[in-house]
Design a binder for this molecule. Sequence first.
Ligand code: AMP
Length: 282
Amino acid sequence: MKIVRSSKEMYGLSGRWKKTGQIISLVPTMGCLHEGHLSLIHNARNASDRVIVSLFVNPMQFSQNEDFDSYPNQFKRDSELIENSGADALFCPPVEEMYSETFQTRITVSKLSRGMCGKDRPGHFDGVATVVTKLFNVTDPDVAVFGQKDFQQLVIIRQLAEDLSYNIKIIGAPIVREKDGLAMSSRNIYLDPEGRKCALCLYEAIQASKNMLRTLGEVAVETLLENTKKIVGRAGAKLEYAVIVNEFTLVPDDYINNHSILALAVKVGDSVRLIDNSKLIA
Ligand code: AMP
């Protein structure tokens, strides 16, 4: 596996692969890998001839009071996992390579970035959209794989790819969960044993909503959201938001239908922010 730190080298390598007709895929990550990330790489392998994994903790998507400085860094372990997963290149540029001193461009996917996580994390999705645009330009992929775990991010990237005329197929890979249902996340390592138990409320709320729909047939959106609030409150977590939205537009649904997604974000303890989501009708 080639480890590439400069954009110029990455662009050159991708260009050489393209010249020989190979299909290239990109899997963007911020490192601290778990099975969820590895499943994306697996998806990428199946969809292409060459897989580029990027590992870049993007300062632009963290606000002042967030965990950029303490974001877990496990480069040696991550690069070994990436190599063993069969990736062809690891693109891991230093911050200065991505953001020069004079950097001043910002990509905004306006409507889709406003609600949900965008409300609690102003500027976050501009940071994501900007870095993903740069990664698309530097790696020039045919396919890019993102996780459904960050559902709003996935919808935003699909819109970005369409709006900016990228000829890139965007694949949304399913959420990989722990045995007890907790969605895998790089931030789970911050959870102490009590927090780990509390974090199960996200999955519990999702399952409860699905079960209600299965047994009752029709349930009002408000009833499901009220029940979600209760479950999160009872577990001792702080609900940041719970919404039921259309999976393509992220517009709140008036009634549950085949495209409804329940998405929620909670804070466990003072600082661990976790998100999860699921389609309500399979
Ligand atoms: P991150 O390193 O947290 O920025 O995540 C990199 C990519 O991995 C994103 O596309 C995430 O949606 C995806 N991802 C994170 N956790 C999971 C998971 N549990 N299952 C599937 N994909 C995931």
